[in-house]
Design a protein around this ligand. Sequence first.
Ligand SMILES: C[S@@+](CC[C@H](N)C(=O)[O-])C[C@H]1O[C@@H](n2cnc3c(N)ncnc32)[C@H](O)[C@@H]1O
Length: 439
Amino acid sequence: MSDRLARGDPLLNTDAMLAKVVSATQDDGAELTTTQQDQIRGLQQTYKWGLAQVALIAKAVKAPEEQVRQFLTPPKPALHLVKPAPDIDSLICNIRAILQLADHDQATLTQRYIDVGRLLNDLKATCKHGEFERLLTQSFPDRSLSTLHEYKTLATSFDAADDETKVQLAGDFKHGWKAVLEKLRNLKRRAKKPADPATIPDHLSKRTQIIHGNCLDVLPTITEPHILVSDPIYNIGMRYDGYDDNMPEDEYQKMLTEVFKGHPAVITLDPETAFNLLGGGILGRCEKIVAWVYNSNLPNQFRLVMWFNCKPDLTRLGQDYKNPNDRRIAKRIEEGFEARLYDVWYIDIVKNVSKDHGHPCPIPVELARRIILTTTEPGDRIVDPFCGIGTIPCVAAALGREAIGIEQSEKYCRIAEGRLGTIMDELGMKDEAALEAAE
Ligand SMILES: C[S@@+](CC[C@H](N)C(=O)[O-])C[C@H]1O[C@@H](n2cnc3c(N)ncnc32)[C@H](O)[C@@H]1O
């Protein structure tokens, strides 16, 4: 069988060889001798093992993973060798051969699909423009195109990971390739690289503007009719990039008034600030208040969502029944009914904020979704003067509204722009994204 196949299935026939490297009486977790290490390196060269196989090898030779990782780390190559270009037929042949191997354990299958993905990437690079999809359909009629594409993504993302991540992921191979792919996708989401404009759907970028600046300067330049929807600064010493969230109270009140007074505006705030600074009709008439309730370890467990100079229509959305075990309610759920939307909304706050999102307090997409759907129509223009990493403008655009976000931190603006590439996914609306893109 080809060399590539051996690479695709690295431990298929080699468990027995690895077992011979150690004696039967050797203790689990014992350090390997230099001779044993040399023997394993010999096998490594034959089978082209990389760091991804460390966990499997360590298990087979009963040695500590860290030791195996150290002596398998490849030395930096002295020369750049030119690889001969693979030809299309042999690539297809090798992919087919790997896919036809009999079922094996999940860890081996995962490794196998990474290799299939690598070969598919080579194949795509070798094909003429437009030929790749046709070749896949012709050559692998029993495989779904989307799964083959997922193998490609799996290989690309795995190969792009750093060595330490690869070693950790190798430990997850036993959970199957889908789990590894999901983990790689999560890692990518967390990495929050600056937006790659190519990954942002056209229809969303056309509807959205993220403006870097001070909202007090930018708002007067927006002359088209719009509604303000915002989760503004709370003036509680939050650690934002480039902004000290600590104004004297009268200045803070003046700022909120300057931004929101007289406008149709939906604002989230903690109840004390709302009562002390925005009471008495200072911004105009408050038409509705909803309590946004969440679980947290903080003393405050709810915030207010307030509609000034505009009203929501809460009958537009439903929510889960509170008593699903009641016999009559269970029947209604079975028939597809939902409870009406009350004025208390239970929506969890976003967890691991700074680490995963790059901002200390983004609001949940579900909160933005409810406000936007109950208050505005498709095509309406929504402006968030304190947009942070863009939750409100991105959700607004995903729901077919025109959206403008204003943010003082350039870093948050870049994250907000990048979020247009993931927002449909965050909202569970991936299919709608595909439909829009096809139109
Ligand atoms: C509570 S956060 C908004 C979070 C946002 N809702 C999200 O989900 O990402 C308030 C944001 O206002 C920004 N900010 C503060 N003063 C500003 C100003 N004068 N103009 C524009 N943005 C400002 C802060 O940098 C911060 O990101």
